[in-house]
Structure formats: C-alpha cells, structure tokens
Write a protein that binds this ligand. Structure first.
Ligand code: ATP
Length: 434
C-alpha cells in the first residue's frame, strides 16, 4: 500500500501519457483542431497543426463495425467544434457579467450566453439560442488538463445522454467551453437545493438517462471510464432528460490490462470507489460504484458525503449500506418527502440494485447495461394507486420514525442537507508499490 499526500501541482503530460490522449489545440478556426491522435507526442501543441484524421476511438470502433453506433450513441469521424475567440464569448455573455452567471464549479464559473442557432456565431444577449459558457480559472494548473480532456471526449462522442459541447476557446491563459444550455440545471440542484421534494418519477427518469449515458461510455470498444459521476454532473434539459457533463477526469480504459492505474487519485468525496481510493486502480466498475452512490442519494434525498452529519453518518454509503441489505428496512431510508409516490416493491428493488452497485469488490458490481435494464423495469412497476395519500403518509411516518433516521426528515426548503454547499473534490497523489 502507499502513502497519501496532498498534491497541488499537476502534470498534464503525465496524464496524457497514461491515457494515450494527445490533444493538439489550435487557436485557429479549424473545426477539427483538437482530437485523439495516435501520435506518440504527449504535449499539447499550441501551433496551428491539425490532427491526424483518425482518433483512438474511431480506430478501435470503426475497424470492427465499419461505423460508429454503440448503445444509441455515436463516435464522430471528426469533432465538429466551433473555435471561438475570447472577444466572441465576452460578447455572447455580456462581458461575463455576474448576472449572466449560471453556477460555479471547482474549476471556474459558468455563464449564460447567446449564439446564432445556425452558424453558432456569437450573438447579442437576447437573440439566437442560449448556451452555457464555462470559463476556467486562469490560475488553475489542473484546469488545462481537464479542459483538454473535455474537448477531446465531448468533441468526439455523441449520445442523447451526454451533454453537447458546441465549441471552445483557448487564448493566452483563457480556456473556455461552450455547451448546449440545460434549462433545468443539475440533479443536485433538484435533490438538495430547491424548495419542494423532487418527485420520485422524475428521479427514476433521470437516473435511467444517466445510466444509459454511462452504459454508452462503457460499451465502447475502447471503453471510457468517466471517473467523476455525481449528482452535480447530471444536467437536465427542458424535459428532465439527463445528460452527463464534465469529462475533465475521464480516461480511456486500458486496452490490454484489466485496470487503469493512476498515481493521481482525483474525484469527489463520497463517490469514489474504495479500490480506486486504496490502490489507484480504476475500472469501469468504479463508475458503477459512483452510480450506486447517486442511486442512494436519489432514494434518501441525502448527500453522498456531509461532514456535518453525526459521527458515523458522514459517508452515506457507510451509514446506510446495512439498511439496504434487509429489504424490509429499505423503506425506512427513503426520502420522507416523497412517501406515497412509490410502492414498497419499488423501494426494495431500488435497494437491491443500489446495494449491488456499491459492492466493495468491483467484480461483483453489475455492468451499466444491466443497471439500465433493472431501472427500466423499476420504472414500469412504479405504479402508485393513490397519490393523494402522500401528505398524510409523510405526516404519519414522521411521527413514527426511528430516532437515528430523524436526520433524513425534510422540513421543507430549510432542511440541513439543502443548506450545504456543493460536494468537495479531492486530489491526492499516491506512491504506488508495484
Ligand atoms: N450546460 C449547462 N447548462 C446549464 N447550466 C449549466 C451547464 N453546465 C453547468 N451548468 C451549471 O453551472 C454549475 C457549475 O458547473 P460545473 O460543471 O462547473 O461544476 P460542478 O459539476 O457543479 O462542480 P465541479 O466541476 O467542481 O465538480 C452547475 O451547478 C450547473 O448547474
């Protein structure tokens, strides 16, 4: 086993060497200026060099299938991204005015912007279509590696459950990304921050969409390990269809070996799989673990990690895993705000699939394809005859709740979980012993 220590600096080239990802960023208007290349260079060129026409994705997939369809998604022959100047995006976002801000993540702020729907050219605020413009903190060293990973992955992959990247800007220290706008925000917003408890049928719909997105990534011939699955990375369109965003930490899976080994362990507290934390070994099944943690959040309305919860309850999985083992106890951990919206059969089935996703041994976790099937089944059987009983069910269950679940009770928008800020990311470097 190894030693953990904080790591403040980053080496993007070592990461590229690990993954085989090589980006060639161009500041010119090449629509395919960035991509996956089969070259051996590990540095990101800043010249106008364009990239070899074939990507690692297209090599591995097109050879066998002559095409690119996998789990209803696509690997694009070449990325079709618009290259913006910084001035373009300043215009599109009203000069990054605070009023245009949609949110803030670990690597920067996200702004509402406007572009022409046909040409994708920047337009004046109020005309054309709305987009989300992410502007990375210029002082973040790790930011460049994540920006490049986002452009590489989202530039090449297309699937209904992955957020669409429309373009990017790299100018001096400025790194920006332009995405389709997701009007309903993130699952995290709805589960933990908004006033009313989020309806159960929407929760199920969203996790099915997100599961399909992950299944697509894992089903590619050269599989993609997403590595940062969490509620805040599940964005929602106007129909509450889920789209996975934020490929900053994504990795191409190993082509020969069974797992990817990394010495730089990064993720978000509460979601990272135990084998990854302990050894740096990364599997697609590590994503399945994080998916299980999101399922548990969806069931309970509680955050994956909350240091303000009482001792022993900080980690949702450690706290509630024993309750999932007994199907009769599962209903006690369900979010009390949505009682009456699901049957006890649905609750116990959810408990079962969640428990299998968070199995300590990655080999015992299901593939995402199976998870999709189980969740679709749960959605089909989620027929509740009398929804009008919801309110009284909430009231009576609060009265009879066992003491140690009191924390889960939701006193409207002022609930303790809702006041908490976003989950914290971590980054540690581990000295590996071979
Ligand atoms: N395409 C989008 N459309 C609408 N809102 C978005 C879009 N992308 C991001 N946002 C909003 O911006 C906020 C910040 O997003 P971002 O991806 O930077 O961070 P995060 O995922 O919340 O955290 P971190 O990146 O640190 O893990 C999110 O809360 C989300 O609601």
């Amino acid at each position: 086993m190894g030693l953990f220590h904080s790591c403040l600096s980053s080496s993007s080239s070592s990461r590229a060497a690990n993954t085989g990802l090589h980006s060639h960023a161009s500041t010119n208007n090449h629509s395919n200026g960035i991509g996956f290349s089969s070259s051996t260079s590990t540095t990101a060129a800043t010249t106008n060099s364009s990239v070899g026409p074939r990507s690692q994705f297209s090599e591995s997939v097109s050879e066998s299938s002559g095409g690119i369809m996998s789990y209803s998604g696509q690997i694009l022959a070449s990325p079709n991204l618009k290259v913006y100047s910084f001035a373009d995006l300043a215009t599109a976002t009203k000069n990054f005015k605070p009023e245009s801000m949609l949110g803030q993540g670990g690597f920067g702020k996200v702004y509402r912007g406007w572009i022409d729907a046909k040409t994708l050219a920047p337009s004046k605020a109020g005309s054309g279509m709305i987009v989300a413009v992410k502007r990375l903190n210029s002082e973040s060293v790790q930011g460049f590696a994540e920006w490049r990973s986002e452009v590489n992955f989202l530039g090449m992959l297309s699937h209904p459950n992955l957020v669409k990247l429309l373009g990017y800007c790299r100018e001096d220290k400025e790194l920006l990304l332009v995405y389709e706008f997701m009007p309903k925000g993130s699952l995290e917003n709805h589960l933990f921050r908004r006033g009313e408890p989020f309806p159960w049928d929407l929760r199920i719909k969203i996790v099915i969409g997100a599961a399909r997105g992950l299944a697509f990534l894992h089903g590619l011939q050269r599989e993609v390990i997403y590595r940062d699955f969490k509620a805040s990375n599940i964005l929602l369109d106007s129909n509450f269809d889920a789209k996975i965003s934020d490929f900053g930490l994504a990795k191409l899976g190993p082509s020969q070996e069974k797992s990817h080994v990394t010495t730089r362990i990064m993720g978000t507290y509460g979601y990272a799989a135990p084998e990854y934390m302990a050894t740096g070994h990364l599997y697609v099944k590590s994503d399945v673990y994080a998916f299980g943690v999101v399922l548990l959040e969806v069931m309970t309305g509680l955050r994956a990690h909350n240091p303000k919860r009482p001792n022993g309850q900080e980690s949702l999985v450690d706290w509630l895993r024993p309750e999932l083992v007994n199907k009769h106890r599962v209903k006690h951990i369900m979010d009390k705000g949505i009682i009456g919206q699901y049957s006890s059969k649905v609750a116990s089935e959810m408990g079962r699939i969640t428990l299998s996703c968070i199995e300590p041994d990655p080999k015992n976790r299901p593939h995402m394809k199976e998870v999709v099937e189980v969740l679709e089944h749960i959605q089909r059987i989620n027929v509740v005859s009398d929804r009008s009983s919801t309110k009284s069910a909430v009231a009576s269950s609060s009265r009879s709740s066992p003491h140690h679940y009191r924390y889960a009770y939701r006193a409207g928008a002022a609930g303790a979980e809702r006041r908490r800020s976003s989950p914290r990311r971590f980054e540690v470097e581990k000295d590996m012993v071979a």
